[in-house]
Design a protein around this ligand. Structure first.
Ligand code: SF4
Length: 279
């Protein structure tokens, strides 16, 4: 049971985690000690994302940076930069609305003094889950009183060819305008946010069985907790083997028949219709 049930703040990353699985969101907030530690490959993905983010900044020289880690300080610093017409763009701008807090990778001031939000990704295309990421930022920024003209995603261009020397960021990235898509998502976000706040107020994580969501779109950090290894004699191992034997799939052989015979929970060898080749 969770001990801390004070009103929750949902950040962008928690919101996106909750879309993958509400139980994941609950674990992240209330039981983070259940998560697997990031391995080397996770660390290198994080570092690659950081490098790509830094490269994207080169497209906007002379920009203001909000590096305060404290939420209120970051929001205040962002406001000050927005109010300064000399600032062409802001990196890491912080916004909050009704318990949802987001940091925006790049917030660009347009000539008409309206703003363009740009989320940077190290992928070579826009993925479905990126839309949720941009949509929650779009929601919070527009509702916190900023005149947002467009919400975009910058991803690595498939057409970019490295020709040696420093990377030309303006050719390395392709910026896609997702404004219409993320506006269409807003009613769904309202429902999702309601569910997320409700789950965070629950005394225990919701009882959600493991499934495809455990590895899509990312492998969940609580995968091992929710998917303990199946013992060798568990009946769960039988389903695929039996189906394959019954369908006469080509990979079975006498070894499989012997292995099936050893399984502790096999009800009766007579219950399985072995193809004639295995009898
Ligand atoms: S492992 Fe699966 S069920 Fe468990 S929290 Fe993660 S996504 Fe949800």
């Amino acid at each position: 049971m969770h001990s801390n049930l004070t009103p929750m703040l949902i950040t962008k990353s928690k919101f996106v985690a909750g879309i993958q699985c509400l139980k994941r969101l609950s674990f992240i907030v209330h039981e983070p000690e259940l998560a697997a530690q990031p391995d080397e490959s996770d660390q290198s993905i994080i570092e690659q994302g950081r490098q790509v983010g830094l490269l994207a900044r080169q497209m906007f020289p002379g920009c203001g940076v909000v590096d305060a880690r404290n939420r209120e300080e970051a929001i205040r610093a962002t406001r000050e930069l927005i109010e300064n017409p000399e600032v062409p763009a802001i990196f890491g701008g912080a916004f909050e609305h009704r318990g949802v807090f987001v940091r925006v990778d790049i917030f660009q001031r347009r000539r008409d003094q309206r703003w363009r939000l740009i989320q940077v990704k190290s992928t070579t295309d826009v993925k479905d889950h990126h839309l949720d990421d941009v949509a929650i930022q779009h929601r919070v920024v527009t509702r916190s009183g900023v005149d947002l003209a467009a919400s975009c995603l910058a991803h690595v261009s498939r057409d970019y060819v490295y020709e040696g020397g420093p990377i030309d960021a303006s050719r390395f990235f392709r910026i896609r305008n997702l404004t219409r898509q993320v506006e269409r998502l807003q009613p769904e976000l309202t429902v999702q946010l309601r569910s997320e706040f409700r789950v965070l107020a629950m005394p225990e994580a919701p009882n959600i069985p493991a499934g495809r969501q455990c590895s899509e779109p990312f492998t969940c950090e609580f995968f091992d907790h929710c998917n303990p290894p199946i013992p060798n004699d568990h009946t769960g191992r039988l389903r695929r083997a039996c189906a394959s034997v019954q369908m006469g799939e080509p990979w079975y052989g006498p070894e499989l028949r012997d292995e099936l015979g050893k399984l502790k929970y096999l009800p009766s060898r007579a219950d399985i219709q072995f193809p004639s080749a295995l009898r």
